[in-house]
Design a protein around this ligand. Structure first.
Ligand code: CAA
Length: 380
């Protein structure tokens, strides 16, 4: 067993760290306050290959492994989780889904610009009444011969307004339950497709989250991903990898908050010495460092399993569950170590604490991860 990173993995991690410091840190507080999408920064991330990291270079990607992706996600998330969720959705859900299940024509038309970061994509599963219970899709895709007639509403869609391509999950054969669901590629601008207002969120306020409305949208048959009825499996398989991305996001949010708390604790003095020299603070830092390291191992293990073409449903769910809960605890402690300064925006940790919360909710809540984990360990 070798715990060392390769030279290439270290280079990717350092490039992501440098990019985050140089390009994402300036203005991150203002973007959060104004709920401003980091459009210029995302464009640069695309140019550097961060939006199609694992895609084969023949489809415009960087051809890297999932471990490199985890390392880059951690570094980007330390500074700006609103940017890293764009990166996670584009890489893990949209590009991965198209590369693995799309036709050659779909790859040529959609995957190449997505992997190059020329455009970004969105993954549309959640509905007003279908969040955790994802099989209860009310959006319908009625088979009309050459096309599907798409009707319904999707909720909480990351990249909702800025995406050009939307992977939409919809029910075609309700009598077949989840086996009647399809995944369709919908282009922005298709007639009958309307983007709803932007959600005013607690955290990741720079990312643009919208509801989407589809009214008699004609989606060509050629835009279906996989065989008729493959849509639910497509969503589950894609989300299994997405969970590694969100786990790494949670890891990065926590390690960003920890690094700030560590630095502050060595500068701030109370009762005649640095607060890091008080056991109450030193023990908090020890707990935080331990939890972060444990989460990092879980993330890298899940990524490694994915790279080895092993089943990563269990390891990805474990990584996400642990990293998300850990990020919540660590960021709360980072605010506590900063005292009053932690409660004001200039010190970043209050934003990281708000950003951490979503990692326990999206791409499967912590409770859903426990369903996935328990089913996996209890199966014969
Ligand atoms: N891989 C392949 N197939 C899978 C699978 C996987 N990982 N997980 C489930 N399936 C298959 C099952 O085998 C089953 O198929 P068969 O009937 O052919 O055997 C089918 O899917 C249905 O599975 P279940 O009976 O287990 O379904 P369920 O209703 O009990 O639900 C669940 C399972 C795990 C709870 C699932 O509903 C789930 O993951 N829910 C959470 C949804 C979610 O993560 N939403 C996030 C929204 S996307 C998002 O947040 C993106 C963003 O913008 C950031």
């Amino acid at each position: 067993m070798d715990f060392n990173l390769s030279e290439e993995q270290i280079m990717i991690r350092d490039a992501a760290r440098d990019f985050a410091q140089a390009e994402l840190l300036p203005g991150v507080i203002e973007r959060d306050e104004k709920q401003q999408f980091p459009a210029e920064q995302i464009k640069k991330m695309g140019e550097l290959g961060f939006l199609g990291m694992m895609v084969d270079p023949k489809y415009g990607g960087s051809g890297l492994d999932t471990v490199s992706y985890v390392l880059a996600m951690e570094e980007i998330s330390k500074i700006d989780a609103s940017a890293s969720v764009v990166m996670s959705v584009n890489n893990s859900l949209v590009c991965w889904g198209l590369e693995h299940y799309g036709t050659e024509e779909q790859k040529q038309k959609y995957l190449i610009p997505l992997a190059k970061g020329e455009i970004i994509g969105a993954f549309c599963l959640s509905e007003p009444e279908a969040g955790s219970d994802a099989t209860s899709q009310k959006t319908t895709a009625i088979d009309k011969g050459d096309y599907y007639l798409l009707n319904g509403t999707k909720n909480w869609i990351t990249n909702g307004n800025n995406a050009s391509i939307y992977l939409v999950i919809a029910q075609t054969h309700p009598e077949k339950m989840h086996k009647g669901i399809n995944a369709l590629i919908v282009e922005k601008g298709m007639e009958g497709f309307v983007v709803g207002p932007k959600e005013n969120k607690l955290g990741i306020r720079g990312s643009d989250t919208h509801s989407l409305m589809f009214t008699d949208v004609k989606v060509p048959k050629g835009n279906r991903i996989g065989d008729d009825g493959f849509g639910f499996k497509f969503a589950m398989k894609t989300l299994a990898g997405g969970r590694i991305g969100i786990a790494s996001q949670a890891l990065g949010i926590a390690s960003g908050a920890y690094e700030l708390a560590l630095k502050y604790s060595k500068e701030r003095k109370a009762f005649g010495k640095e607060i890091s020299k008080h056991q109450a603070i030193a023990f908090k830092l020890a707990d935080m460092a331990l939890q972060i390291e444990a989460a990092r191992h879980l993330c890298i293990k899940a990524a490694w399993e994915k790279d080895q073409k092993l089943n990563y449903d269990l390891s990805g769910a474990m990584a996400k569950l642990y990293a998300a809960d850990m990020a919540m605890q660590v960021t709360i402690e980072a605010v506590q170590i900063h005292g009053g300064y932690g409660f004001v925006k200039e010190y970043h940790v209050e934003r990281l604490m708000r950003d951490a919360k979503i990692t326990q909710i999206y791409e499967g809540t912590s409770e859903i991860q426990k369903i996935v984990i328990s089913r996996s360990i209890l199966q014969d």
